[in-house]
Design a binder for this molecule. Structure first.
Ligand code: NAD
Ligand code: GLY
Length: 351
């Protein structure tokens, strides 16, 4: 097992290993002493892993209850959060009790947001079970829900007390869901580590899965420790996400997953960066080929001009200014401030 420590407004450890779930109770006991613990999970993950987690928590002496909701992005709403609040009050949860988020990014974002708000904040831990959640959403304390106006538009920064990253849980992921995580992993290579991108380019992810998870979390640590509240450097983690979020919105958050939309967003931005002379055309082509080799899409049947117009509700807007993440080269990203019209120009679809 390996450990990464995060220094933030609440400090916490991320434990990365295999077969950690049967020891959840003792890992939790080592960081806090709640009386009651509520495992929040979805209806696919809980039947797979909920039993092992609940048993271990009970054996460690916690009073355990569980809140299970239908899997998928459509559940990431204020309505589900409200149901969680009702459940916690029925079970008499107090400020010293704790939530366990067991699942992918949807579970982590929802449970984390419920933890941030319930009684003005109770502790929670993350047990991410998707590749995407292990390398990205469980680290850094962004929690939240989608509202009709857009994705993740309501949320809070609320750091977990512990993250248990059990690589064995990835073995049950559908190939498409695994690919969602691959998109975010490729993102880390593109914005921060050209050697990591080379590994994907050579199609060596599966052989090096443990090390890739570790390296991606290490990169996320380096970024979020410098900018916990997303006012500067952390924005580079949004690479490919501005257009990706517009694509997800066009599909009403159901026809395309987050990771797949981000893959298309990255391919489109890389092409634009090449057209603007920021990166070499062959690098943009390598990004497309690499994403496609992992079964990820690099285009959608949507007009780029329309997508650019939809970026006005992006969270990274600052007044009328958009913070677009561009590549200076493979392995290094920067934030470019521009208007929506500037975005259309950058993407080559103005007028
Ligand atoms: P998800 O949570 O919907 O999980 C995808 C599917 O995989 C679901 O059907 C789930 O039930 C299933 N699943 C989960 N673990 C499994 C396992 N081990 N075996 C079999 N099936 C399993 O999606 P996701 O891709 O994990 O997360 C996407 C969400 O994360 C989006 O809402 C996105 O906005 C959010 N996100 C948040 C952050 C952040 O910093 N907070 C970062 C990136 C993405
Ligand atoms: N996933 C983007 C961030 O954590 O900032």
């Amino acid at each position: 097992m390996r450990k990464i420590h995060i220094n933030a407004s609440r400090n916490y450890d991320i434990l990365i290993g295999r077969n950690l779930l049967p020891d959840t109770g003792s890992y939790l006991r080592s960081v806090c002493q709640p009386k009651r613990v509520c495992v929040i999970s979805d209806d696919i993950v809980f039947p797979l892993y909920g039993g092992a987690v609940a048993k271990s928590l009970e054996e460690a002496g916690f009073e355990v209850s569980q809140f299970i909701f239908p899997n998928g992005e459509p559940s990431k709403t204020l309505s589900t959060v409200s149901q969680i609040f009702d459940f916690l009050t029925e079970k008499h949860f107090t400020r010293s009790d704790l939530l366990v988020a067991l699942g992918g990014g949807v579970v982590g974002d929802l449970a984390g947001f419920a933890a941030a708000c319930y009684l003005r904040g109770i502790k929670f831990i993350q047990i991410p079970t998707t590749f995407l959640a292990q390398i990205d959403s469980s680290v850094g304390g962004k929690t939240g829900v989608d509202i009709p106006g857009g994705k993740n538009l309501v949320g809070a920064f609320w750091q977990p007390s512990l993250v248990l990253c059990d690589i064995n849980t990835l073995s049950t992921l559908p190939q498409e869901t695994f690919a969602d995580g691959t998109a975010e992993a490729v993102k880390y290579g593109l914005i921060y580590d050209e050697h990591l991108f080379d590994l994907f380019r050579q199609h060596l992810l599966e052989e090096h899965l443990f090390d890739v998870v570790y390296r991606c979390i290490e990169i996320k640590k380096e970024v979020v420790e410098q900018d916990e509240y997303d006012t500067g450097l952390r924005m580079i983690l949004n690479f490919g996400h501005t257009l990706g979020h517009a694509i997800e919105k066009s599909y009403h958050y159901t026809g395309i997953t987050h990771g797949h939309a981000v893959a298309v967003g990255m391919a489109l931005i890389c092409d634009a960066c090449a057209a603007q002379g920021l990166i070499k055309p062959e690098d943009a082509a390598a990004v497309r080929a690499t994403l496609e080799s992992y079964g990820l899409p690099v285009s959608v049947p949507l007009d780029t001009k329309t997508l650019c117009g939809m970026c006005g509700s992006d969270k990274k807007m600052d007044g009328d200014t958009l913070n677009l993440i561009v590549l200076d080269r493979i392995g290094k990203a920067s934030v470019e401030k521009m208007s929506l019209a500037g975005l259309a120009k950058f993407m080559g679809v103005e007028g």
